[in-house]
Design a protein around this ligand. Structure first.
Ligand SMILES: *Cc1c(COP(=O)(O)O)cnc(C)c1O
Length: 352
């Protein structure tokens, strides 16, 4: 830390992104898609690159039109951002303050805490139940801004839409943010409730199901007034937040919806296959509705498994936080990668 860093950031602990290794590893640590983007998406990005001397469209109009065409939403109900991390940060900035502390589960996306801290916003963590499910009653009528990943991470567990609706309906005077980064792998989206509740913000991303993690594209979906608040933050920080190549690639990706659905289906099948294999090896898994599995073994600590897999060229994600230290989060990659993972886990257990 230099002597110039503001005191308000002196104790800031930044988010630790999953490792992006330089060596060739089977990479199952950051929930990326195993599929590269379709050729038409890369071509669109390349075409857009020819005009990089110009500023990109701050309103993302072509992309927004494509999204509205696909979803039936209106332009006033959506905002595109530099990854969904950015729209989540906007939500902390826009809706939370000393009188409105952010509320989220004790075990969830690690970035929420960091967004609160960097923005000087107080937050309260509500413990998940013993089985790592969200206890819906804990969020009813609490009248504070709520951030819920659904499905949750790293547990992979999804709340049914009816429970999300109870939470949204019982907190009409505060925003409820539903982070749907993984919704395409078996969750129920709350986008269908947008017209009914003006306090609901749903965030989604092109990073997981849409194979565009490196392009950074996220979206916020909410009532027009709430979207305007987020736009105020955007135009007060970085109006050109979604670069030209990403806008073009995102639009092209929205024309590949059938392909995206098919890919998600394959990932779900691979997830279920891997879950059966790991269960047969004695692992305990949470019921995942995402593109990752959250697994622990009675005879092997989470850290030991992480290290032993890494020594065999397989990278997964281990979190040291006490309640989940026994687990590893394993991205569902290609079937071939998952076969390598299962074989390595079997070998590690045999050598115990
Ligand atoms: C991956 C992830 C995000 C953010 O993804 P972006 O790449 O910033 O769009 C947000 N929330 C959760 C729970 C995630 O796992």
């Amino acid at each position: 830390m230099s002597r110039f860093l503001s005191k308000k950031h002196a104790s800031l602990v930044p988010y630790t992104p999953g490792e992006q290794p330089r060596e060739r590893l089977v990479k199952l640590n950051t929930n990326e898609s195993p599929f590269p983007p379709p050729a038409s998406v890369c071509a669109a990005a390349e075409e857009a690159a020819k005009n990089l001397q110009l500023y990109n469209d701050p309103e993302c109009r072509a992309l927004t039109d494509a999204w509205c065409e696909l979803t039936g939403l209106s332009r006033e109900q959506v905002i595109f951002t530099n990854g969904s991390d950015e729209v989540l940060n906007y939500a902390f900035l826009a809706f939370c303050d000393d009188a409105h502390p952010a509320v989220f589960p004790d075990i969830t996306y690690g970035f929420y805490k960091v967004f609160a801290a960097v923005n000087g916003v107080p937050y309260e963590e509500i413990p998940l139940a013993e089985d790592l499910t969200v206890r819906v009653e804990d969020y009813l009528s609490i009248h504070k801004p709520i951030f819920l990943a659904n499905p949750n991470a790293p547990s992979g567990i999804a709340l049914p839409l009816s429970d999300v609706e109870r939470i949204v309906a019982s907190n009409p005077d505060t925003p409820v943010v539903i982070d749907e980064a993984y919704v395409d792998f078996g969750g129920e989206s709350a986008v269908s409730l947008i017209g009914k509740y003006d306090n609901l913000l749903v965030t989604q991303t092109f990073s997981k199901s849409r194979s565009m993690a490196g392009a950074r594209l996220g979206i916020g979906i909410a009532s027009p007034a709430l979207i305007r608040d987020l736009a105020t933050i955007k135009y007060s920080t970085n109006p050109y937040n979604v670069n030209a190549m990403t806008q073009a690639a995102g639009r092209a990706m929205l024309l590949c919806e059938a392909e995206v659905r098919e890919r998600c289906k394959r990932i779900i099948e691979t997830r279920e296959w891997t879950a059966r294999e790991l269960t047969a090896l004695g692992f305990t898994l949470t019921p995942s509705k995402t593109n990752f599995l959250f697994a622990r073994h009675p005879r092997l600590s989470g850290e030991k498994l992480y290290t032993a897999l890494r020594a065999r060229g397989i990278l997964v994600r281990h979190f040291s936080s006490e309640r989940i230290a026994a687990y590893n989060r394993i991205t569902v990659g290609s079937r071939a990668d998952m076969e390598k993972l299962v074989a390595a886990a079997r070998e590690i257990l045999e050598q115990q």
